[in-house]
Design a protein around this ligand. Structure first.
Ligand SMILES: C[S@@+](CC[C@H](N)C(=O)[O-])C[C@H]1O[C@@H](n2cnc3c(N)ncnc32)[C@H](O)[C@@H]1O
Length: 309
């Protein structure tokens, strides 16, 4: 059984049909890509310090062409033989910051909400996690996970192409829940956190990663027109004080936190695998400490939280 009876039933719908009955004009071409990926026999897989897979192949050029058809690659990097999928984000940097908090993942059942293409889920397995359920409504990410996992072949990650609100999870309680890069996109951030708290075991932990605004904004920066650092749909960027006040209100105890880290062009940039606008067009040309909208440039932080009862 995968995590719980409820998760088994939900996720099983997508194990052979990754997009279920979703409608999207790109699905047919993605399915063709999956069909054209070669079957492999033995692979050497590394998930601890990176996500890599090595196997005997004389088709690397063809595989690279197929993976390029799944662009844009926002999260990664992944290496498949000599093919280096250099994604827009060097997600290993965020994962290193999380690892500095020394949270034990071994044997844990995990929910990763807004998982992207599963890069972090693979790294969670690399830290000994038992099973990871990824919720990711963006089908492009689902296509990338399916292609990478064609070679990695783990059955301990399942990705469901649904939003948290639509996944219908009710009875399952997870050891750990990750919400990374979601809080500032929420119209109702407290409701998002409450929903996550409801899916945690009593001793479970919530790992929240988000952008933090400078203290001059009081509890939160509310971007005009919902645009911040060129990102749409940003409703609230909380300050540390704003986050602390929500945690107190929701009876969440702060277990650990990282320092604030400013996003830079080493961590987020355009690449061959994501050739569109990236972080370089999020900041003002003449002053890189300010976003194009005139707000302080993004700084990010991890919090590890636990319910108090
Ligand atoms: C800014 S990205 C962060 C991705 C990844 N967690 C990371 O930290 O790099 C937010 C992701 O959450 C997904 N997302 C947005 N709303 C969601 C929701 N209601 N439920 C689940 N995922 C959601 C988006 O499709 C997107 O992939």
């Amino acid at each position: 059984m995968f995590i719980s009876e409820e998760v088994e039933l939900l996720s099983r719908q997508y194990t052979t049909l990754p997009f279920g009955n979703k409608k999207d004009k790109r699905i047919e071409s993605w399915l063709n890509v999956f069909n054209d990926l070669p079957e492999i026999k033995e692979a050497k897989i590394h998930l601890t310090d990176e996500v890599t897979v090595d196997f005997r192949s004389d088709q690397d050029n063809e595989i690279e062409e197929l993976f390029l058809q799944l662009m844009p690659w926002r999260k990664g990097p992944f290496r498949i033989n000599d093919i280096f999928i250099d994604s827009e984000w060097d997600s290993a940097r965020k994962w290193k910051r999380f690892q500095e908090l020394s949270l034990d993942l071994s044997g844990k059942s995990i929910l990763d909400v807004g998982s992207g293409n599963g890069y972090y889920a693979f790294r969670m397995l690399g830290m000994g996690a038992n099973q990871v359920l990824c919720l990711e409504p963006n089908l492009m990410h689902v296509s990338q996970f399916t292609a990478v996992n064609h070679f990695i072949g783990t059955e301990n990650i399942r990705m469901v192409p649904e939003r948290l609100e639509d996944a219908g999870l009710k009875d399952t309680r997870f050891d750990l829940i990750f919400s990374m890069g979601l809080l500032y996109h929420q119209r109702n951030p407290k409701e998002h956190l409450l929903k996550l708290i409801g899916l945690l075991k009593n001793e479970g932990k919530l790992i929240l990663e988000t952008i933090i605004a400078t203290e001059e904004y009081g509890l939160a920066l509310v971007p005009e027109d919902g645009r911040y650092a060129s990102m749409p749909n940003v409703h609230y960027v909380h300050t540390h004080r704003g986050c602390s006040s929500i945690f107190e209100e929701l009876n969440l105890k702060l277990i650990a936190e990282t320092d604030l880290v400013a996003t830079n062009l080493t961590e987020q940039r355009k690449t061959k695998w994501m050739p569109f606008k990236s972080f370089e067009s999020a900041l003002k040309e003449e002053d890189k400490s300010v976003t194009v909208e005139g707000y302080p440039a993004p700084q990010r932080k991890f919090y590890i939280l636990q319910k108090t009862h």
